[in-house]
Ligand binder design. Structure first.
Ligand code: NAD
Ligand code: DAU
Length: 351
């Protein structure tokens, strides 16, 4: 019997890499991609696999319990990999309600439907919730987030993700729902919506537009290539211990300003510009409200227990990422038109 796996948010940035990996590597699975196709979801991300016999796309809203229940009634779902979310911190500052709706109510609808539909037969079932390192809050200059670091979310986005993590763990503790969780650091790579730092900078550098750096650019993030996150998700889904949480990171910390300068250098070279040209676009703008200073991950648990570690060095990942965006400028322009321009003007021209 084929196993049926529901992947939520599969048309988004990370979700599309996860869907592609599962569709291509596991012909014995039937993959259902359930996605609302918000501004962040784009079926163009999955053009190469959309006709695969083991792939089905269903458009729908995780925050609508009737739609979620209907999904569980229609398909014999054995496993869930839950990525659908509102994911951009800046948007959570201007429109927190949509984060509460999707990230909290949406996750609740999914765990509740899984519990109800799997009742009496949880054998072989798995509910895997994808979360973020931002739930742990902000680090000072030293230290790393481990799986036992206390939650201390600082933005409406991270608070909504923390809340969803608690619900997933509560359904394991109370109803024995077989859950897995992971908390990952900043992803980068192809198909990321250009509201996020790296694709936004690539687009602006290409167009010789100002590169908006929040505050002094001293905030630190740990960066992981998106396909490495997808491979970690694969390993955790198949080998993770039920009830456990795994931190995923790139062991790759950068201040924003150093990262942007590195990106400028790569772009100057690839675009045949004189060295230093793109750096001249750097523009310091008003800081993000409540801006977390530093995230850094201790991913020794997944490395030790499941044998996963990142495959790419950052220099290689950044170079591949820039190549992809330069080659796919049509993708970038398609997703950046209309509503994106309105968002960009509101977000940046008031700073
Ligand atoms: P994204 O914003 O690129 O994609 C989100 C997807 O979810 C989109 O396809 C969107 O259409 C869909 N979606 C949104 N609301 C929905 C709803 N109500 N019902 C159904 N689908 C809906 O996000 P991403 O960056 O790919 O992140 C995916 C997941 O990984 C999120 O849960 C995020 O919190 C987590 N995460 C992201 C990062 C990162 O660096 N991007 C790091 C760690 C964890
Ligand atoms: O850590 C994991 C998280 O990483 C994920 O859970 C989120 O979904 C994802 O969006 C990301 O959150 P960040 O807030 O760290 O990512 P973002 O790309 O928005 O910003 C990265 C850093 O760059 C952050 O310190 C803010 C800064 N920044 C961002 C933008 C968009 C700028 O300086 N200028 C900008 O224009």
């Amino acid at each position: 019997m084929k196993k049926t796996i529901l992947i939520t948010g599969g048309a988004g940035f990370i979700g599309s890499h996860v869907v592609r990996r599962f569709v291509n590597n596991y012909p014995e699975y039937q993959i259902i991609n359930f996605d609302l196709l918000t501004y962040a979801g784009n079926l163009e991300n999955l053009k190469d696999i959309e006709k695969s016999p083991n792939y089905t796309f269903v458009r729908g809203d995780i925050a609508d319990s009737d739609q979620v229940n209907h999904l569980f009634e229609t398909y014999p779902i054995d496993g869930v990999i839950h990525l659908a979310a509102e994911s951009h911190v800046d948007r959570s500052i201007t429109d927190p309600a949509s984060f509460i709706r999707t990230n909290i109510f949406g996750t609740f609808n999914l765990v509740h439907a899984a519990k109800e539909h799997w009742k009496g037969n949880m054998e072989g079932k798995k509910f895997y919730h994808i979360s973020t390192d931002e739930v742990y809050g902000s680090l000072g200059e030293t230290g790393l987030f481990t799986e036992t670091t206390s939650y201390d979310p600082q933005s409406p986005y991270s608070a909504s993700k923390a809340s969803s993590d608690h619900l997933v763990r509560a359904y394991h503790n109370t109803f024995h729902l077989p859950v897995l969780l992971s908390n990952c650091s900043n992803n980068y790579g192809p198909n990321q919506f250009p509201e996020k730092l790296i694709p936004l900078c690539i687009r602006n550098i290409q167009g010789m537009k100002p590169i908006p750096v929040y505050g002094k650019g001293e905030n630190i993030r740990d960066w992981l290539y998106v396909e490495d996150h997808a491979s970690a998700i694969d390993v955790i889904y198949h080998k993770g211990v039920i009830g456990e949480t795994y931190n995923i990171g790139g062991i790759n910390e950068w201040t924003n300003i150093d990262l942007i300068k590195a990106l400028c250098a790569v772009m100057d070279e690839k675009l045949g510009r004189a060295k230093g040209t793109s750096q001249g676009l750097i523009t310091f703008v008003k800081d993000r409200a409540g801006h977390d200073l530093r995230y850094a991950i201790d991913s020794s648990k997944i490395e030790r227990e499941l044998g996963w570690k990142p495959s790419l060095q950052f220099e290689e990942g950044l170079s591949k990422t820039v190549d992809w965006y330069l080659k796919n400028s049509e993708w970038l322009e398609n997703v950046s038109s209309g509503a994106y321009e309105q968002y960009y003007n509101k977000q940046y021209h008031q700073r």
